[in-house]
Design a protein around this ligand. Structure first.
Ligand SMILES: Nc1nc2c(c(=O)[nH]1)N[C@H]1C(S)=C(S)[C@@H](COP(=O)(O)O)O[C@H]1N2
Ligand SMILES: [Mo]
Length: 358
């Protein structure tokens, strides 16, 4: 994680913060260890005015070792710069919408809970996820579309970005168009039917389909400033990460795990693929750099969620490499070119090496 020069008196804190963020962004293990679960203060969640459609039966293939379609809250990856999870009092929480607006708007939690809330499945992922990594999860979110709040404030001409700010000072810059188009960009109050866990932004966070978390998914959100990319810059954009970061199409092999030794014969190869706000149209697998073979897909739930896939492999004994690639519903094939996560998301194909026992 690149860091710039710091004033001396704040050095310890900032280097500490930078180091923790760097480690957390680089690996899921640390984020899990840091993910201390704390009790959630009660919020009476309203029923969604616009519920998500029921899940098709074949959305979750329930294959042993494959990530479930819905990531349970307690297993959802956690990435943030917070040493201590911010404690936000729901009774005094407000969201202030200001900047290039016709009128400032301030919402309380009661105001927000009294609105027509929308439920949507959205897969969230971190820009620092490595190829094959697990900084990605899928949940059912409940919230107020951000465009409703922006419409009430009245966006002034010239604005092209919303800088969202957390109670802990973290900021994210999100293109205005992404928050005002038809997609389910939400001020979310619930995750998988429960109030947000403290680690995931209680009482309110942003969830925006199609963008990496650091440019969209502000937890403990308290402020939306309507502004311009030319005038404001977000937390990670001053630290070596791009100002704009749409999610890149990706696919992952969950089973077989590397180093496991399946028996020769039919071996179940399975995983997930995601291309939020485009949708996954096809997944292919190849063995030992052979021809690409089509994998079977779970039902498409929405273009904003990941999609499970599987491939029945007639595995001969010996050492083998399995690779996966996905194609979006837009027809664009995942690139094999390997790039690191910085500055705007990793690319390359996930490859798993296994020894098949004779
Ligand atoms: N307040 C705050 N919000 C934040 C962050 C943060 O550091 N602070 N990190 C962002 C990043 S980098 C990601 S990937 C997502 C992760 O959300 P999760 O921890 O709920 O999975 O939150 C985003 N929102
Ligand atoms: Mo992230």
């Amino acid at each position: 994680m690149p860091t710039g020069p710091r004033p001396l008196d704040r050095r310890r804190l900032l280097i500490g913060a930078g180091a923790v963020a760097g480690v957390a962004l680089a690996g899921a293990t640390v984020s899990r260890v840091a993910g201390v679960r704390t009790p959630t203060p009660p919020i009476a969640l309203p029923a969604p005015a616009s519920p998500a459609p029921p899940l098709p039966a074949a959305a979750d293939l329930k294959i042993d070792g494959l990530a479930p379609f819905r990531t349970p809250n307690g297993e959802f990856y956690r990435i943030d710069t917070a040493f201590v999870v911010p404690r936000v009092d729901p009774a005094t929480w407000t969201l202030r919408v200001h900047g290039l607006v016709e009128r400032e708007v301030t919402l309380s939690l009661d105001d927000l809970l009294g609105e027509d809330l929308v439920e949507a499945w959205v897969t969230l992922c971190c820009v620092s996820n490595n190829v094959g990594g697990d900084l990605v999860g899928n949940a059912l979110w409940l919230g107020l579309p951000v465009r409703e709040v922006l419409a009430r404030a009245g966006v002034a001409p010239g604005a092209d970005m919303v800088l969202s700010r957390s109670v802990d000072g973290f900021t994210a810059s999100t293109p205005l168009e992404v928050l005002t188009d038809e997609r389910d960009a939400l001020l979310a109050v619930a995750m998988n039917g429960e109030p947000l866990p403290p680690e995931h932004g209680y009482p309110v966070r942003l969830v925006v389909p199609g963008l990496y978390g650091y440019v969209s998914a502000t937890k403990w959100v308290s402020e939306l400033k309507v502004t311009r990319f030319a005038d404001d810059v977000a937390y990670w954009s001053t630290r070596g990460w791009s100002e704009k970061a749409p999610v890149k199409i990706a696919s992952r092999i969950d089973v077989p795990r590397p180093g496991r030794a399946p028996r020769a014969g039919e071996v179940m190869v399975a995983g997930v693929a995601w291309a939020q706000h485009t949708g996954i149209g096809k997944v292919e697998v190849r063995i030992d750099d052979g021809d690409w073979q089509p994998a079977e897909l779970a039902d498409l739930v929405s273009v904003d969620t990941w999609r499970q896939w599987f491939y029945r492999w007639d595995a001969p004994a010996g050492d083998h490499a399995i690779e996966v690639r996905a194609t979006g519903l837009d027809g664009i094939v995942q690139t094999s070119q390997r790039r690191p996560p910085a500055p705007d998301g990793a690319t390359g194909l996930h490859r798993v090496e296994v020894r098949v026992e004779g």
